[in-house]
Design a protein. Structure first.
Length: 247
C-alpha cells in the first residue's frame, strides 16, 4: 500500500514539473496578410523578449497563462494570454495598423532684411554699366559720376546681399505628456479594459500619475514594459485612495 502511494505521488509530481516547464513557442506576426519584421515580442510573465525576423517569425520560451505583448510603432499594441493550444501549434498574431497622422507644418517668414537696392542705386549701376568696352559713352545715356567716384566695394556688398539666404531656424522637437505616451504605446482601451477604470475617471487618473516624479522619467526614456508596470502600480494606489475618500 505504501509503495502504491509513493508511486502515485511521484507520478503527479512528475506531471506537475513537466507542465511548469517552459516550452519554445514558435509564431508569426502579420498585418493585412503581410509579414511584420522587427516587431518586439515580450513575455511579460517571464520578463524575456525577442524580435521578429524578415519573415515575421519569432521563437520565445513560454508557458500556459503567460502574457505575451507585441509592440510595433506603426501598429496598435497587442496582448495575448497563452493557452495550451497556443503552445501546441504555431501562434499567428494579426496586428492592426495605426492610421497615419499628418505632421504639423510650420511656415516660416523668410522676409529679406537689408538686402534690397534702392531705386537710385539701381539707376546708378545701370548708368555706369552702359559704356562700350573702349570706355566711350553709348548714345542715349549720359555719363553719371558720384561725388567721390564709384564705390565698387559698396555695390558688391549690396549685390551679394540679394543672393544671401537667411538660415532656417531649427524646429524644436515637441515634448509629449503622459497622456500622449499612453495613447502612442498602449491599446486605446488600456485604461478602461486592463485597469478597469471608468471613462470619467481616466483624466483624473492621468493627473494622479503625473504628480509622481517617476512619470517624468518615463517621458524621458519611453519603455512599454516600464510604462505598464508604472500604470498598474499607480492604479492600485488610485483605487485605495478612492476607497478612503468614499469611506
Amino acid at each position: 500500500m505504501r509503495v502504491k502511494l509513493l508511486t502515485t505521488i511521484s507520478f503527479f509530481t512528475y506531471q506537475l514539473s513537466v507542465s511548469q516547464t517552459d516550452k519554445l513557442l514558435h509564431g508569426k506576426v502579420i498585418s493585412e496578410n503581410l509579414a511584420l519584421k522587427n516587431v518586439e515580442v515580450i513575455n511579460k510573465t517571464a520578463k524575456t523578449s525577442t524580435t521578429t525576423n524578415d519573415k515575421g517569425e519569432f521563437s520565445i520560451l513560454a508557458n500556459v497563462k503567460d502574457s505575451l505583448l507585441f509592440f510595433s510603432k506603426k501598429h496598435y499594441f497587442t496582448r495575448f494570454k497563452l493557452t495550451q493550444k497556443d503552445l501546441d501549434h504555431n501562434l499567428v498574431v494579426n496586428m492592426v495598423a495605426r492610421p497615419e497622422e499628418l505632421h504639423e507644418v510650420v511656415v516660416l517668414n523668410n522676409k529679406k532684411s537689408g538686402g534690397w537696392l534702392t531705386k537710385e542705386e539701381i539707376e546708378q549701376i545701370k548708368l555706369n554699366s552702359h559704356k562700350s568696352k573702349e570706355g566711350l559713352p553709348i548714345a542715349g545715356y549720359k555719363e553719371a559720376t558720384m561725388p567721390n567716384g564709384t564705390d565698387f566695394i559698396y555695390l558688391g556688398k549690396q549685390i551679394r546681399n540679394l543672393f544671401k539666404k537667411e538660415e532656417t531656424p531649427k524646429k524644436e522637437i515637441p515634448k509629449i505628456d503622459l497622456n500622449q505616451l499612453i495613447k502612442s504605446t498602449l491599446n486605446p482601451d488600456f485604461l478602461t479594459k486592463d485597469l478597469k477604470l471608468k471613462p470619467e475617471e481616466t483624466a483624473l487618473f492621468i493627473e494622479f500619475c503625473e504628480a509622481d516624479p517617476k512619470s517624468k522619467i518615463l517621458l524621458e526614456n519611453p519603455n512599454i514594459l516600464a510604462t505598464m508596470d508604472f500604470l498598474y502600480a499607480k492604479n492600485e494606489e488610485f483605487k485605495k485612495l478612492k476607497t478612503e475618500v468614499e469611506n
